[in-house]
Ligand binder design. Sequence first.
Ligand SMILES: O=P(O)(O)OC[C@H]1O[C@](O)(COP(=O)(O)O)[C@@H](O)[C@@H]1O
Ligand SMILES: [Mg+2]
Ligand SMILES: [Mg+2]
Length: 337
Amino acid sequence: MSQRVSLTQYLVEQQRLHGHIPSQLRLLIEVVARACKRIAISVNKGALGDVLGTAGSENVQGEVQKKLDIIANEVLIEANEWGGHLAAMASEEMESIHLVPNRFPQGEYLLMFDPLDGSSNIDVNVSIGTIFSVLKKPEGSKGVSEDDFLQAGSAQAAAGYCVYGPQTTLVLTVGDGVAMFTLDREQGSWVLTADDVKIPEETKEFAINMSNMRHWDEPVKRYIDECLAGEDGPRGKNFNMRWIASMVADVHRILTRGGVFLYPWDKREPKKAGKLRLMYEANPMAFLVEQAGGAATNARERILDLQPTQLHERVSVVLGSKKEVERITAYHLEAKP
Ligand SMILES: O=P(O)(O)OC[C@H]1O[C@](O)(COP(=O)(O)O)[C@@H](O)[C@@H]1O
Ligand SMILES: [Mg+2]
Ligand SMILES: [Mg+2]
């Protein structure tokens, strides 16, 4: 049997041999990974742990919070507060940033997370996940403010997600490709199960919520119509469709076997740039997808180049196999240069 490489061994190698990450970042990632293990335990308990259903509250975006949204948020905060590597955290579930209290050691990183992605799938036992993104606190900034978080995705020091599915898998980039780790429940450890993950450039599979079709912008309709036309259409091949409604699970499929994912702007709420959140969903996923050789845009510009203006900013998302993302982006640019 080939030698098993643990998350710690992988990170130490990134730090020591390749000089990619400082030790603070390595330890921070290990704390996040430990928190994900705890969240996985709650997720797996389901009805037995009384973690299903709604919590009777709303988050800052006016969305109904599920019990697991709150549990996952608390686990991540508690685990990271005393880790010593962070200055502050921001979460999809919290209105403003959470400073690491003075009684704990202060670090130089900022952590952002979507504690539980795919909330609508919790109660129906379909894959859900945790998404995270790490930034460095800007040099010379005294204290921490919300502005310190407003950095383009290209500044991310690390990003990843954990998918709670048939297997619990942690997917990570520190800017040197993408690695996947599967949780060995008996040993309680993360084991490297895929390294240097690559998304095929072309695909025959798309992911979009088709029920929104009547609200789509013309270029999105054009792209999907061409896919649906199959062999007889301009693409000359048949496409398959998947929509899990957990971004984590849809992106995991794309990292595993290719495909393209769209959650575009649509006419339902024209003033809203999109449904997904730039800081907690789009940026970390865009970083992972690019590191795996794919592409990610807001249908016009590279997501990682976007300058955020607010913490809970929404964005249109097109990501996955490079050639498909380029095609969809070109359709948008042709329609409205
Ligand atoms: O229900 P819809 O409109 O298809 O939206 C599904 C999308 O919403 C999300 O669930 C949003 O994430 P949250 O569950 O963290 O709010 C994505 O994971 C998913 O891609
Ligand atoms: Mg989400
Ligand atoms: Mg969420």
